[in-house]
Every structure is written in structure tokens, then in C-alpha cells.
Design a protein around this ligand. Structure first.
Ligand code: NAG
Ligand code: NAG
Ligand code: NAG
Ligand code: NAG
Ligand code: NAG
Length: 749
């Protein structure tokens, strides 16, 4: 009696507190999970969220998260029962829905690691997997088994009944519909609920799946589904025939791809997760960069406020267009503040994108219909501010008009996901566009979305990341050349792969050496040289009459390999001037002349270029070629050499040389001995184009040390043969000596 009075009194006090808005924080009581762990977003504070984690193969039940509301940890949305949290074994959707066949073992429930086999009744043939395993993410691997009769005479093949679904509709003729639902209200449906048998004998939409709340998409699911559709869009530049009629993202030849990437960083994610997000976005755009299509990017992080990292309109700025490198730097430099706003306002994101699309429409006017728009939204759960984004999504659709020019992908990240809010935002007509991913997978999920094999033959294409193990991937065209000279020490030079047969290097590396004395080291494998070609006008003694003992005009050579190279992601050619491939790499109109490439690559009075040096590892040297009015002061320093005078300067340093070095406007690196013959290159839109060959210099600053990043002094200069001046040589040698492999496609001046 007394106890109950006491309780009532306490309840009254608490009620008073709540009514007055003085809500309390929570305690650790009732937080624990049997067999698992939890993390708290804001400690025990009011509105903090607890996120439950279980070991692999288990999932937190009944809730993945709870929130501190009033003074208790509660299920959101609230439910009457707040039972104890435990880790339960992962279960896969029921496979016994199979029609005209049997599933072994027959069971009521199928838990993780269960192996099932499928068999059809007599007279029926099995399509799909014979064996399937229940995986740790709650999905069956392989594909849906379907038992059908070959002689059924239907217009469309039996679309099957995926595990966990219930299908209505058993007639498969033109315009017939089948409708799917989940056979368990704990599951939700992904994919097409309704499919129609089309004239071509195919079903519209994509196969539906029913998933439990804890089911997530593994990196390999994402590679297969999202990667598949990205790949299709990005290879479309090669204009593949649309046989399937179910193309996912479409890009026509001159189409422009606008990508809008929005990442939720609301307060239920911590700093580590945000780092993962930046790494993930970076990886995604790096992977996409391996295609010839180079999208424009709008990248924003959002909570209830937006933080724009890359403004897509900067890509439309004709004066000073944004580059992908700028975007990557912006991402790397992005820091979150501790006091960022809470809440998730997804509607603000869609409104922002809508505004961007309006402006793009206004600025591009007539060719707006060549613009494709892909929205990638990474969001933690759902949205809790700003209302539903559906109306703004509709406005986006109305603006773009062509349905196949818009794709909205939703990647739901985190423990508590409101798929009923998020799924309608994804455009699910052409392939799956809604994914649930684990936070742990975020930074690696796009690793494999682009198949390396398909892009290896594109010249100058490389990865951007600078881990030591990927150096060869950043400079996959870089080779070491060794010339054996009997008792003399062997000489080393650097070269660049320019086709499957040819290595480009400097003529001065050779002194009448026999081809068998020359070795080309590519990825630590020695390649033999069949023969080599020195520019016919190269003559080191040509200016001896002026007292110039060594003269390097036309210092260029091509080595023809005995065996054609087989390209891989870390062994492939650099782009060279005046070829069709380079026109494409530079995204110039296909009919462009060579001079337009030159104008684009060598336009600034201080043009940033690079070359490589090889010691224990390969390192990049950074220089500025002094062009236009800056060239004369640069080459002037050659007068410090013996017998070079005001009068003969231009005879010694001919117009064929690019001049680098010095300390102005920046301190350049200077070439060392083994760097000779290496490519002087420029990075442009993730592609590398060779514009010169390292030839000679005024000073020896390197003390014979190989592979050192040595800085220039005020006076020292390097001269590199400008490839634009010797295109005829490249053209002649490479086209007349390369019958077997695809010849390099040179264009006119
Ligand atoms: C399914 O997973 C099992 C176990 O990992 C594997 O042995 C099997 O080859 C997989 N089957 C398919 C179709 O991927
Ligand atoms: C993000 O994580 C990567 C690798 O885990 C690390 O190298 C990098 O410094 C981190 N960046 C920030 C801003 O914390
Ligand atoms: C686009 O142009 C129309 C008419 O030219 C104008 O009314 C509208 O405000 C413009 N929108 C934007 C976002 O600039
Ligand atoms: C400079 O020219 C003179 C006369 O031709 C020659 O004797 C001398 O060796 C040259 N100096 C050098 C360093 O080549
Ligand atoms: C390239 O592949 C072909 C066929 O597999 C092989 O014969 C040839 O030796 C390879 N070339 C090199 C340089 O390894």
C-alpha cells in the first residue's frame, strides 16, 4: 500500500517535469544487448541514439537502434513492447515458394549458412541456381530457381517467384501482369512490384526481392547491380547497341553526365564515418574517371543544412572550368565541425539539386536534352525535417522530361532505415536503384564497380591514389631502359610505352648500340628490343663548328619491342600528341586538328608539367614549362654554357625544346641522369598526355644520385624535346612498323 502511494507520488513529480519540458537524460539501464555491443551517438543525453551491433551472422532484435526519449531508451517509432535486446541468428527469406519443384532440405525457417538444393518436377526444366547458400547479409546467393515447361507456349518466360515473395498472375502473354508481395510482414520489397510481359518476350522492370530489415547489400551486390548500370552508362560513348531494351543509365555520344552526390552526415554518424564517406565519394569518382566520360559533379554533405563541396555550375564556367582534381582536393580537405546541425533534411537536398538543374537548363538551352542526370543519395535512415522530397523530385522529373535521362540511386546507410520513406525516391524502372549498405562497407563498396579490363586500352588512363603499391598504376606507361656496354658500366634511361609495340625515349641514350644490348624493364620483366629508330636529323655533332660539342635537337628515339605488350591496368600506354585517342582524352571535337591539342596542352605562360625519376621508387618531379613571353628569359640561361652566345643561342636551343627549371614563379625540380628519355607529361581530365622527352640541361645538380627529387637553383635549366615538333617521326615509324596490333591513329595538323 505504502509502496504504491510512493510510486504514484513519484509519477506525479515526473509528469510535472515532462510537462514543464525539463526532460531528463537516460541511464545505462536497459541498454545492454545479449550477445552484442552498442554505441551511443550522444552518450546518455536526451535524444542520443543507441546503435546495436552483433557478431557476423547475427542481427540485433527487436531493434537495430533505440533513442533516449524522456528518460528511457525507446523503440522509434514507439511500440508498446520494449523487450530486451538480443542478438539473433540471421535468417533468409523462404525459398519453398518454388512452384513445380522441391527444395531440400524442406524447413520452416532457413538460417545463415544453410545450403539448399532445388529440383523440378518431371516435365519441368530448372533455370537459375541448383544450389544456394543463405549468406550473412540475409540473402541467398546465386539466382532464383524457376521450374518451367519448355512447351508452355507463353510469350514471356516464367518470371519465377523469388524467395519470400508471393506472386499473383500465372499467365505470361503479351501485356499480362504479375504482381508480387512479401509473404511476411517483417519484410519489405525491393525491385518491381508489378511486371508486364512485353512484346519482345521480356518482362518490364526488374526481379523483386523481399528482404528482412537487417538484410543489406554486400559490396559484391553493389558491384553487380550499381556497377553494372554505371558501366553501361559510361561505356555508352562507344555506342553499344541497345539490345536489352532495359538500359540503365544512358549516355549518347556527346551526352553530358551530371552527377549529384549527396551524403548525409547528420549527427547519428561519427567523424570516422564521415571520413569513410569522403573516401567513398573519392573512390567513386576515381573509378568513374577511368571511363572516357567525365561527368560534372555536384557534391554536398548534408544534415538539416547543406555543405556544398563541389558546385556543378563551376564545371560550366567556360573561363576557368573546375577539374576533377579540384574536386578530389576539396574532398580531401573537407573537415567537419563538431557543432554541425542535427537532423536530416533530404528535401533541402532535392530542392538544391532542382535549382541546379534549372540553372543548367537555362544556361545550356537547346542542348539540355543531351544532359543526363544521376543522383546518388547516401542517407542514414530517413529524413526527419523539411518534409517529403517527393514533390521536388517530381519537379526534377518534369524539368528533365526524358525519363531515361534521370536516375536516382538511394544508398541507405546505417542501422535504422526507413525504407518506406526512401524507396519511393529511387527511380526503380531501369535496374535496382535502392540499396542498403553497412557503414563498415562504405569505404570499399566502390572498389570494383568498374571493370579494369574494359578500360586498359585507353591511353594515359590511370588511378589517382598515391599509395606506394599503386605507383605503377598511376604511371603504368613508365619503363626503365638499360643499355649494356661491355666493360663500361651499363647506362640507364627512362622511357614511355606509347603503343603495344613501341617505347618512346631519347636518342642520346644510344651510341650505335646493337638492339640486343638494349633491355626494357617493365614491371620487373625484361622485354627485348627488335630494332630501334633514331630521328634522322638527330646529330650530336651538328654544331661542332660553333664549338658546341653536344647538340640535342631531334633527341628522340622509338624502340620496337620483339613481343607485343599485353596491356593491363598497370601496364598501358601514355597518350601522345596528334592522335585520335588524345583528341578523345582531351574531350575535343572528333574532327579537331592537332594544333587544337597543342593549344590546350601548352597554353599557359607557365604550364605545369611533370616527369618521373626512378631510384628505389618512382617519384614525380614537378616543373613549369615557360612558354610565350616567358620562354626567352628561360632559355637565356643556356648562355652560361661554354661557347653559347647571344648570337648562336637559338641555334643551340632550337624552337623544338620546352624550357623548365629555375625558381620563378615556383621552384622547379631538375632532371638527373637516369631521367633522360622519360616522358614530360601533363595530366588532363584523369588522362596523361606526353608532351615532351627529357633531353638535356645546363647544370649537374644531382651528384649522380638516381631517383632524387632535386630542386632547381635560380639558373639551372632543363630542355625537353617538344613532341608536337616531331609528330612526323612518330607517325612515320609507328604506322609503318606496326601491322599486327591496332595502329595508332594519327590526325592532321
Ligand atoms: C554460394 O556460396 C557458397 C559458399 O560460399 C559457394 O560455395 C557457392 O559457390 C556460391 N554459389 C553461387 C551460385 O555463387
Ligand atoms: C580518413 O581515413 C584515412 C584512412 O583510414 C586516413 O588516411 C585519413 O587521414 C583520414 N582523413 C581524415 C580527414 O580523418
Ligand atoms: C530560367 O529562365 C527563365 C526564363 O528565361 C526564368 O524565368 C527563370 O527564373 C530562370 N531560372 C533560373 C534558375 O535561372
Ligand atoms: C669552345 O670553342 C672552342 C673553339 O671552337 C673550342 O676549342 C673549345 O673546346 C670549346 N669549348 C668547349 C667547352 O666545348
Ligand atoms: C602477350 O600475350 C601473348 C598471348 O598470351 C603471349 O604469347 C605474349 O608472350 C605476351 N607478351 C608479353 C610481352 O608477355
Amino acid at each position: 500500500m505504502e509502496l504504491s502511494v510512493h510510486r504514484r507520488w513519484l509519477a506525479a513529480i515526473l509528469n510535472l517535469l515532462f510537462l514543464g519540458g525539463v526532460w531528463c537524460d537516460c541511464t545505462e539501464e536497459g541498454l545492454e544487448i545479449e550477445g552484442g555491443e552498442y554505441t551511443l551517438t550522444h552518450g546518455l543525453k536526451l535524444y542520443s541514439t543507441v546503435i546495436y551491433q552483433c557478431k557476423p551472422n547475427f542481427f540485433p532484435y527487436p531493434d537495430q537502434t533505440r533513442q533516449c526519449i524522456r528518460d528511457r531508451w525507446q523503440t522509434v517509432p514507439r511500440s508498446s513492447r520494449n523487450i530486451r535486446q538480443i542478438c539473433r541468428l540471421v535468417e533468409c527469406p523462404d525459398p519453398t515458394v518454388l512452384k513445380y519443384g522441391s527444395v531440400y532440405p524442406p524447413q520452416d525457417r532457413y538460417f545463415v549458412n544453410t545450403e539448399t538444393t532445388y529440383e523440378c518436377d518431371s516435365g519441368y526444366r530448372l533455370r537459375g541456381s541448383v544450389k544456394r547458400f543463405c549468406l550473412a547479409n540475409g540473402k541467398w546467393n546465386g539466382s532464383t530457381p524457376i521450374c518451367s515447361r519448355d512447351d508452355a507456349g507463353n510469350h514471356c518466360p516464367d518470371p519465377g517467384i523469388p524467395p519470400g515473395t508471393f506472386r499473383s498472375g500465372d499467365v505470361f502473354d503479351i501485356d499480362d501482369e504479375v504482381t508480387y508481395n512479401c509473404n511476411n510482414n517483417l519484410m519489405y520489397l525491393v525491385g518491381s512490384r508489378v511486371r508486364t510481359c512485353k512484346e519482345g518476350g521480356e518482362w518490364s522492370g526488374i526481379e523483386p526481392s523481399c528482404f528482412y530489415k537487417y538484410t543489406y547489400d554486400s559490396a559484391s551486390d553493389i558491384n553487380a547491380e550499381f556497377g553494372g548500370s554505371m558501366k553501361q552508362s559510361l561505356t555508352e560513348l562507344q555506342s553499344i547497341d541497345d539490345i536489352q531494351g532495359e538500359r540503365k543509365i544512358k549516355i549518347t555520344k556527346n551526352g553530358i553526365l551530371n552527377m549529384y552526390i549527396a551524403v548525409d552526415i547528420s549527427d547519428s554518424l561519427n567523424k570516422d564515418d564521415i571520413n569513410k564517406s569522403t573516401v567513398m565519394v573519392q573512390q567513386l569518382i576515381e573509378r568513374i574517371a577511368s571511363y572516357a566520360v567525365s561527368p560534372n559533379y555536384d557534391i554536398l554533405f548534408f544534415t538539416s543544412e547543406l555543405k556544398v563541396i563541389s558546385n556543378i555550375l563551376d564545371f560550366y564556367n567556360s573561363e576557368n572550368p573546375k577539374t576533377l582534381e579540384n574536386v578530389v582536393n576539396d574532398l580531401k580537405n573537407f573537415k567537419i565541425k563538431d557543432d554541425r546541425a542535427t537532423g536530416t533534411d533530404l528535401n533541402k537536398v532535392f530542392k538544391h539539386i532542382l535549382e541546379r538543374i534549372y540553372i543548367i537548363e537555362n544556361t545550356t538551352k537547346s542542348n539540355f536534352e543531351d544532359h543526363y542526370h544521376v543522383l546518388l543519395i547516401f542517407t542514414d535512415g530517413g529524413y526527419n525535417m523539411g518534409g517529403s522530397p517527393l514533390a521536388n523530385l517530381q519537379r526534377i522529373k518534369d524539368t528533365i522530361k526524358q525519363e531515361d535521362h534521370l536516375d536516382v540511386y538511394i544508398f541507405a546507410v546505417g542501422a535504422k532505415i526507413y525504407e518506406q520513406d526512401l524507396q519511393p525516391l529511387a527511380t526503380d524502372q531501369r535496374g535496382r536503384h535502392f540499396f542498403r549498405i553497412l557503414k563498415e562497407d562504405m569505404d570499399t563498396m566502390f572498389d570494383e564497380i568498374v571493370d579494369d579490363d574494359e578500360v586498359v586500352s585507353l591511353c594515359g588512363l590511370h588511378k589517382m591514389s598515391d599509395n606506394s603499391d599503386t605507383k605503377q598504376k598511376i604511371y603504368p606507361w613508365n619503363v626503365k631502359i638499360t643499355i649494356q656496354r661491355g666493360l663500361e658500366q651499363s647506362k640507364t634511361c627512362t622511357g614511355a610505352i606509347v603503343s603495344s609495340k613501341f617505347i618512346l625515349t631519347a636518342a642520346h641514350c644510344f651510341h650505335g648500340d646493337l638492339p640486343e644490348k638494349i633491355q626494357v624493364d617493365i614491371k620487373h620483366k625484361i622485354n627485348e628490343v627488335e630494332k630501334y629508330f633514331i630521328h634522322s636529323q638527330y646529330n650530336v655533332k651538328a654544331k661542332a663548328h660553333l664549338g658546341i660539342s653536344e647538340f640535342f635537337d631531334y633527341d628522340i628515339a622509338l624502340l620496337q619491342l620483339k613481343k607485343d605488350l599485353n596491356f593491363t591496368i598497370d601496364l598501358k600506354p601514355i597518350c601522345i600528341p596528334c592522335t585520335k585517342e588524345t583528341t578523345q582524352a582531351l574531350r575535343l571535337p572528333l574532327e579537331s586538328k592537332c594544333t587544337e591539342q597543342e593549344k590546350l596542352l601548352l597554353k599557359d605562360f607557365n604550364e605545369r608539367l611533370h616527369f618521373l625519376t626512378r631510384g628505389d621508387t618512382v617519384q614525380r618531379k614537378d616543373v613549369y614549362a615557360k612558354l610565350g613571353g616567358n620562354r626567352e628569359p628561360c632559355i637565356n640561361q643556356a648562355k652560361r654554357l661554354p661557347n653559347v652566345t647571344e648570337i648562336n643561342l637559338h641555334e643551340v636551343v632550337t624552337d623544338h625544346f620546352l624550357c623548365t627549371g629555375g625558381t620563378s614563379p615556383f621552384v622547379d625540380h631538375i632532371a638527373c641522369k637516369g631521367d633522360s628519355g622519360g616522358a614530360v607529361f601533363k595530366d588532363y581530365n584523369q588522362r596523361t598526355i606526353q608532351v615532351g622527352v627529357v633531353s638535356w640541361g645546363t647544370d649537374q645538380l644531382c651528384d649522380d644520385k638516381l631517383g632524387k627529387l632535386v630542386k632547381s637553383n635560380e639558373y639551372s635549366r632543363d630542355f625537353h624535346l617538344n613532341l608536337f615538333k616531331v609528330v612526323d617521326f612518330l607517325h612515320l615509324v609507328m604506322t609503318s612498323n606496326d601491322q599486327n596490333s591496332a595502329p595508332t591513329d594519327f590526325i592532321d595538323n
